[in-house]
Design a protein around this ligand. Structure first.
Ligand code: ZN
Ligand code: ZN
Length: 417
């Protein structure tokens, strides 16, 4: 009996040791597992961003005992190797970022492998334009739809998009807006059985081999609807793109203070290039090589303003503008970014030139007895003196209304031709 008990005890101790051993192995593999899980995102960020690199290091030290610091270093070195491998693999495909011309408004399509994402969908009148643009780019599903904030020039066309495509996650800030445009979007979301995901700063999502991180909004309430704008940073290999919606001074300040690593190659300039965005502090933190401004030709707000253009020019940032170039497509192979068009030459001297060019264009048109000008992209036609005329290269000309309508165009809501 005693011996048996003794044996039992020995067995028990063996079991305990085994159990402890297994637990240790599980713990170790979990720790390694955690690192592996974060490594694709961390890897992308590592190559871009020093701030997040520091964050990851801090994570490692807080999670593990200091006595295991040697193991830590080994894990980190392993991760580095994996990152390099990952980058080599990722470089094989392309990431496309389409800044769609929706006149005065935002709409951005992101494509990587078979994954698609849409940030904003332009004004109500441009819903069809956005839907057709996506279709012509072989989009059947959108893994993510981001409505940066409830203003019509951003979510106006969103209901059309939601009704047309298979939709994964809808990300929108937690703020209601008492407009029919906003209600239409909410109805479309509900009718499709979708839910709204509230953006949380620091949350990261994968889109093919790319990923994006939420950087704003950083507060629950703002006096200005624009400051609710969801700011995201998209990362692909060594390249990165920042999307800001209409975020203004307050949100920019919070985002800089939160310091999640803002450095990006391409900045979608906030609020259509208005002087209420693009503070020097924010621009310094993002420090982009390229900038894209989504604004409409001859818009009534005067966007983009010269002071914003000057800020960009002073830092030698290339400026791409939808109002001057139509659709703008940036393609990244993970290392370099190529644009489908030349940057706009909006130097302070030349910025006074566009009205002259417009006059020239108008006089040419009058000579040709053209009565209506169509936008080849949006399929909307205007009177020749409309404030919302498209860029010259996107124009089609009509002598009469029937000609425009028979060509599939419809009248502009502003000039009512
Ligand atoms: Zn806007
Ligand atoms: Zn807005």
């Amino acid at each position: 009996m005693i011996i048996k008990k003794g044996c039992g005890k020995v067995k028990f101790t063996n079991k305990l040791t085994r159990l402890l051993g297994i637990l240790l192995i599980i713990t170790m593999s979990l720790l390694v597992g955690c690192n592996e899980e974060t490594s694709p995102v961390g890897g992308t960020i590592n190559s871009n961003n020093e701030n997040l690199n520091i964050d990851l290091d801090e994570d490692n030290t807080t999670k593990e005992n200091t006595s295991e610091s040697n193991d830590n270093n080994e894990i980190k070195e392993k991760d580095k190797d994996e990152d390099i491998e990952d980058n080599n693999i990722k470089v094989n495909g392309n990431l496309e970022v389409h800044y769609i011309d929706v006149d005065q408004g935002d709409a951005i399509l992101i494509k990587q492998d078979d994954s698609n994402m849409l940030i904003d969908a332009g004004d109500n009148a441009y819903g069809d334009r956005v839907v057709n643009y996506l279709k012509s780019n072989n989009v059947t599903h959108l893994d993510y739809v981001v409505g940066t904030h409830p203003h019509a020039d951003h979510i106006g066309g969103m209901d059309d998009v939601i009704n047309t495509f298979d939709i994964g996650k809808v990300i929108m800030p937690q703020i209601n807006h008492n407009t029919k445009t906003f209600e239409d979007v909410i109805t479309a979301i509900k009718n499709k059985g979708l839910k709204i995901t509230t953006p949380k700063v620091g949350d990261t999502y994968e889109i093919g081999d790319a990923s994006f991180i939420i950087l704003a909004p950083n507060s629950d309430s703002y006096s200005n609807l624009n400051d609710y704008s969801v700011i995201t940073k998209l990362m692909y290999g060594n390249n990165s793109f920042m999307f800001t919606g209409d975020a203004e001074v307050e949100s920019e300040r919070e985002t800089v203070n939160n310091n999640q690593g803002l450095k990006s190659d391409v900045l979608k300039v906030g609020h259509h290039g208005s002087d209420t965005s693009t503070t020097p502090e924010f621009l310094n933190a993002v420090d982009p090589k390229y900038s894209v401004i989504q604004s409409g030709t001859g818009n009534k707000y005067g966007h983009p303003v010269q002071s914003t253009l000057t800020k960009l020019q002073n830092k030698n940032i290339e400026i791409y503008r939808n109002d001057l170039s139509g659709d703008i497509i940036a393609t990244s192979d993970g290392n370099a970014i190529i644009f489908n068009t030349n940057p706009s030459e909006a130097s302070p001297k030349q910025s006074t030139a566009p009205p002259e060019i417009d006059k020239e264009q108008t006089s040419n048109i009058e000579d040709n007895e053209t009565k209506y000008i169509g936008n080849k992209n949006s399929k909307i036609f205007h009177l020749t003196d409309c404030s919302n005329l498209p860029n010259k290269k996107n124009r089609s000309y009509f002598d009469n209304k029937d000609e425009a309508i028979n060509s599939g165009y419809r009248g502009c809501k502003i000039c009512k031709p």
